[in-house]
Design a protein around this ligand. Sequence first.
Ligand code: RFL
Ligand code: PHB
Length: 390
Amino acid sequence: MRTKIAIIGAGPAGLFLAHLLYQNGVDCVILENRTRAYVEGRVRAGILEQITVDLMESLGLAARMRREGLVHAGINLAVDGKIFRIDMADLTGSTVMVYGQQEVMHDLFGAALARGITIIFEAARVQPHEVDSSQPHVNWREGGVERRLDCDYIVGCDGFHGISRASIPANSLNIYERVYPFGWLGILADVPPANHELIYANHAHGFALASMRSSTRSRYYIQCALDERLEDWPDERFWDELCLRLGPHTAPHVARGPSFEKSVAPLRSFVAEPMRHGRLFLAGDAAHIVPPTGAKGMNLAVSDVILLARAFTQFYTKNSTAGLDAYSASALARVWKAERFSWWFTGITHRFPEMDSFTRKMQLAELNYIRSSRAAQTTLAENYVGLPLN
Ligand code: RFL
Ligand code: PHB
């Protein structure tokens, strides 16, 4: 088999890239080691930046999002139960869209099928080869048979645990990492959300987040220990702790109901530089991870592949490698700003095990400053809605 661009991984990065390449007439093939149902079933992101919304529009994939997505003009911060609002629309002129990653994936897969974009699911033991040469290829196993895809370039869109970054020699990458000493315990429940907008809560017990997927489906998180056992968190205990952390203003509005998803996600900041090795490029979680506090992960995958698709299009239409050569530096400039924002927002909203009383006072002072300063609110809001691509 031969193609121009071999894409490893059919998450948001891989699928958005494939759609962009298709739109620009550049052939590609996606190799995904799971089934479509598995990838589509993963409960993850909920918030789309304008950049992601615009991409869905320009790819002709936005009809359902426009119907079912919720446009949010603000977010709320709760500090020990006292709540205030950041009016993002007023401060920045931009909004965000509540539309689950699962819905995005559903729309992307559906259209990929309709457009004839080749996705090979359940590709086992995917391995990039000869990325230092001008004839790279990817091998995998399909139904016990060894297969090979020759290509011009390979893009690793295979997430944090993928094979692409792992196949680059360790001495060719610089790794920057912070692992946080806590996780998020998240639930989904078919109950109306407590509030029409998100609430990020800093409470002495730890962080909590009230989010949603629709006007009838709520997504809630509470900060928890990394080794938390799900069986120790029956729904009632979760609801009680959530209500306590969100505070007396919000608690009466929390509709309780059975959860149908419950899981613990670790929090991590991670960047691998550069995002290219020879003819292998990295995009999305394969190259960088942010803690979910800033809702940036999927949006960064999108900004990476917008840059990469432009660069490939320039290569195939103008025979110029300028965009490809600039890709890593251009993408990383935006990545590092999102890393900073996500790290900072995590830092002022979570309870750290080693936190002394002075550090707690600093957190509260920073949150009080945000409450009282339009300049500080603007800083938060412009990062939350998403910084410009260039
Ligand atoms: P993905 O989504 O991990 O997709 C990678 C794909 O590659 C496949 N794969 C392989 N395929 C072939 N061979 C191999 N060896 C392979 N290894 C892996 C995998 O099966 C998978 O299909 O990476 P991608 O595309 O870079 O997308 C990244 C986003 O999924 C991620 O950043 C977000 O989900 C992060 N995130 C959020 N992002 C936002 O923008 N807004 C949010 O509100 C938000 N909330 C969240 C989040 C992530 C969370 N968790 C669980 C980590 C909330 C949570 C709780
Ligand atoms: C979510 O709805 O899953 C969500 C929302 C905002 C975040 C993280 C996750 O910051």
